[in-house]
Design a protein around this ligand. Structure first.
Ligand SMILES: Cc1ncc(COP(=O)(O)O)c(C=O)c1O
Length: 363
């Protein structure tokens, strides 16, 4: 198969075609170099320029203030689950966690393993993680080392429309599946991080945006790779960074800035795409059953079930015949999950919406 499909994968996920084509064109030779980005030293001037450009483009996209570091790390978001409590709290200290789905639940479990005491300030497991707390419903302990939440729960498809109010406690955000989906007031955060493989690039690099004063919390006794301060001091070159992945993040950032026109425009496009699918669900007379409560719906991962559950396999199969791929929900939730990250074109979402209407009519 050479023809491209509409890819609704939850991650690793769709890329903008323009980015793939540029990477292809530069695979044999970066302009003027005669080598690919994968074949040059991370200490070379050429790679340093790509690295600096990637950092600068991330800064521009999210208007990152000067008192924040932009780091490119490895180990995925899962390593952040451990590094965050290891660096930002002392053993025996408490940290507050919003538990709104699979990923924040896993973060709590990892926190406890490194000797920091997680204090769960909300937990919606009983309703299958179908919501995020209403503003003002959750109180954060002012003595906590930090307050942690996941802005978009990829598995359940619930998303915070904006950051929770945590007073003066440093706010830490797992933005793995919604970074770059909208503008963010970075100054309200202590740290925002995201593995790249959903909305920002390929697997292998994790973007960490951290307020510089928090770096002072990293103890010298931490293992080297696990210490944010060492990464910041080495400008993300503490060890060999994931060079190709950083190059790809830069191409995505350039696409967002130059082709899409920035995150306001991306946000409008994402809202339009998501509302098409939620409308198809809401107007289906119960044929499609949404997972998330209306005020908690994600604009990145649209999750729903078919009331006639035995039709699920057929839905997935017939959709694939129309080049609508990777729609099966996560095994823990079931049903359908349409991940409509930045790179999924509106055209693909229109096609899915139309397919949903036709499938409903014929079943
Ligand atoms: C919100 C969120 N956090 C964390 C992770 C874990 O990321 P990684 O596999 O890069 O460790 C994922 C991956 O699916 C995710 O969606």
């Amino acid at each position: 198969m050479t023809e491209r499909v509409f890819n609704f994968s939850a991650g690793p996920a769709a890329f903008p075609e323009k980015v793939l084509l540029q990477a292809r064109d530069e695979m044999m030779s970066l302009p003027g170099l005669g080598m690919s980005v994968m074949e040059i030293s991370h200490r070379s001037d050429e790679f340093k320029a790509i690295h600096a450009e990637a950092q600068s483009n991330v800064r521009t996209l999210l208007s990152v203030p000067d008192d924040y570091e932009v780091l490119f790390l490895q180990g995925g978001s899962r390593l952040q689950f451990s590094m965050i409590p290891m660096n930002l709290a002392s053993p025996g200290q408490t940290a507050d966690y919003f538990v709104t789905g699979t990923w924040s639940k896993k973060s709590v479990d990892e926190c406890a393993k490194v000797g920091v005491l997680p204090n769960v300030v909300c937990d919606f497991s009983e309703s299958g993680y179908d919501r995020i707390p209403a503003p003002g419903d959750v109180t954060v302990n002012p003595d906590s080392a930090f307050a942690y939440y996941c802005s978009n729960e990829t598995v359940q498809g619930v998303q915070f429309p904006s950051e929770p109010d945590v007073g003066g406690v440093p706010l830490i955000c797992d933005s793995s599946s919604d970074i770059f989906c909208r503008p963010l007031p970075v100054e309200k955060y202590g740290m925002i991080y995201a593995c790249a493989q959903k909305n920002a690039g390929p697997a292998g690099v994790t973007i960490v945006i951290m307020k510089k004063d928090l770096l002072e919390r990293s103890s010298d006794d931490l293992p080297g790779y696990l210490n944010y301060k060492l990464h910041a001091e080495a400008d993300s070159m503490f060890n060999t960074p994931p060079t190709f992945a950083i190059y790809m993040v830069n191409l995505i950032a350039k696409w967002l800035l130059n082709d899409v026109g920035g995150l306001d425009k991306m946000f409008a496009r994402n809202q339009e795409k998501a509302s098409m699918l939620y409308e198809a669900i809401d107007s289906s007379d119960g044929f499609y059953v949404p997972h998330a409560q209306p005020e908690s719906r994600s604009i990145m991962n649209v999750t729903f079930k078919l009331a006639k559950e035995d039709l699920l396999a057929r839905f997935v199969e017939e959709a694939a015949k129309r080049r609508l791929c990777n729609l099966k929900g996560h095994r823990s939730v079931g049903g359908i999950r349409a991940s409509i990250y930045n790179a999924v074109p509106t055209e693909g979402v229109v096609e899915l919406r139309d397919f949903m209407a036709e499938f409903r009519a014929s079943h």
